[in-house]
Design a protein around this ligand. Sequence first.
Ligand code: GLA
Length: 656
Amino acid sequence: MPDLSDVTRGRLLYGGDYNPEQWPEEVWPEDVRLMKEAGVNSVTLGVFSWSKLEPRPGERDFGWLDRLMDLMHDSGVGVVLATPTASPPPWMGHLHPDTLPRDAEGRTEWWGGRQHFSHSSAVYRRYAAAITEDLAARYAGHPALTLWHINNEYCTYDFGDEAAARFRSWLRHRYGTLDALNTAWGTAFWSQGYGDWAEVLPPRHAHYLKNPTQVLDFKRFTSDMLLECYTAERDIVRRHTPHLPVTTNFMPLWAGQDAWRWAEEEDVVSVDLYPDPRDPLGAQSGALVQDMTRSQARGPWMLMEQAAGAVNWRRVNRPKPRGLNRLWSLQAVARGADAVCYFQWRQSRQGAEKFHSGMVGHAGEQGRTYQEVKRLGADLARIAPHVSGGRITADVAVLHDWHSWWAGDQEARPSHEVDYPRVLSAWHRALWQAGLTTDFAHPGHDLSGYRLVVVPQLYLLTDAAVDSLLAYVRGGGTLVCGFLTGVADQDDRVRPGGMDARLRELFGIRTLHEWWPLEPGETADCEGGLRGTLWSEELEPDGTADETVPYEGGELDGLPAVLRKGRAWYVSTLPEPEALRALLTRVATGAGVRPALDGLPDGVEAVRRGDLLFLLNHDREPVTVDVPGTHHDLLTEATVTDRITLGRYGAAVLKP
Ligand code: GLA
């Protein structure tokens, strides 16, 4: 199978979404000049071009795209060609209202924005296949074409009638019989028993709380329907160009797609990443997504989109301060990206994203944004021969599963303060701040290569997933589990005792009496100064734990907050950031896990990729870092002996 290395061929890709159809053609040569000056070697064409390619049903206008493909080829810029199917032309909704999705309240999502397509609509799928077929046939032999980009950020839901029919087929396939569905969904409660498949619906607007397993299955179904749309287009382009890889761009930690499953269907895994430049933990949220994407790719991956400056979709949109675009781009490369790309090349003057930055902003060539883009292009070209294709080894894996997220993130739960992505992020942050390189993994993956496995929260665990955790510990691994783990089975049925019995035994818990969720700002104090937030638990130990940290004071006084039995740890609260970092550092050290570099000052990130050591200063103040030995800094060409000073948002890429 072709992969990203067939596109990079020893380089790092640099460029972004190029939407030149919004500009007069006179601008195109100017674009090319600026691209060349900035070292751009890859652009993504056609993401939202459907109405231009098919102005009326069945008509085709490829002339403008032919000229662009030729222009890119003549300029030495490779093309990532997108299928335009994320934004159907207005004629489609007008002629075929059934292609428009409906939300849970029954409201139609009309054209006039984008992504107004029903994943379940046979008519939409037919038109999408037809334009994909013609696009692939036309450009299959074009020398500029390097990679296929299917659709864009698949993210839609549909609760309409055609989706309802497909949902029923999906459920028939999953359960076989209505009896099995009734059992899985627990429909004996509230008189929800189904007697005929025709009665089964998506979880539409209802008077009171919806059936949680119905909601869970609808999320599974939605991810699967979107995946069907993706694979249908992928198979078409593959037929024409079996030698070219295919991707679709994920949104970071997006709830709507089981990205583990999706990644299996991609040749290249790509993601769009927009940390808030004002967020003091923006670098860590970026690192989380980068680690996740690398783990899905099982190797180098593609940063398909980021912003050179401001976005336009937060309440207050600030640009990246001087140096930050470069730093965060190098961070992505450090964590395995072989492509650094943006939305979009030239900032729009019209349309909904005219206040979203581009590589060339409204200020044009002299603007700071483009000047920094140019500098970064030179940096990437300098380091590329040493970096491209390089691998990252992590001794720690953080487990994450979309199905568990979907099941846990529902109405009527013990605490709405528990937000899964925030819990996941808190654990990842502790590892990141401790300088420990971290992969993500699914509980069903082979975990045996990791010294330490961390489960921030897996509310839903299948029997197979429990088996896998137990086997991992039996095989010599160290496991740390956070609260609300192993509560439900695959149907979101609470396990007897409120937590899987085998896990309770693993940690030395006899009885989980009650959960004691905490209010914002409330803490659960524990012995030794550890303070828990968000959650606490009334646990009765079975006396087999080797070590416990008890709650101190309050209702849970003396009961264990943290238990360790052998190499298995259970943490029944969310320790404050410093305490969690200290705990994980201790556990990691015990498991033989070393940070990428010892003695790192706060705010400095160190990552090893291949034989290179990336150092990234996330602070505005200069900082000096000890790096024993003699190294060559690929960015400055300087020799570095024992220590290096990094300036404001400074970076170094050290080669031994
Ligand atoms: C997403 C989309 C782009 C653009 C950016 C703006 O990533 O894929 O088309 O809308 O957001 O941040």
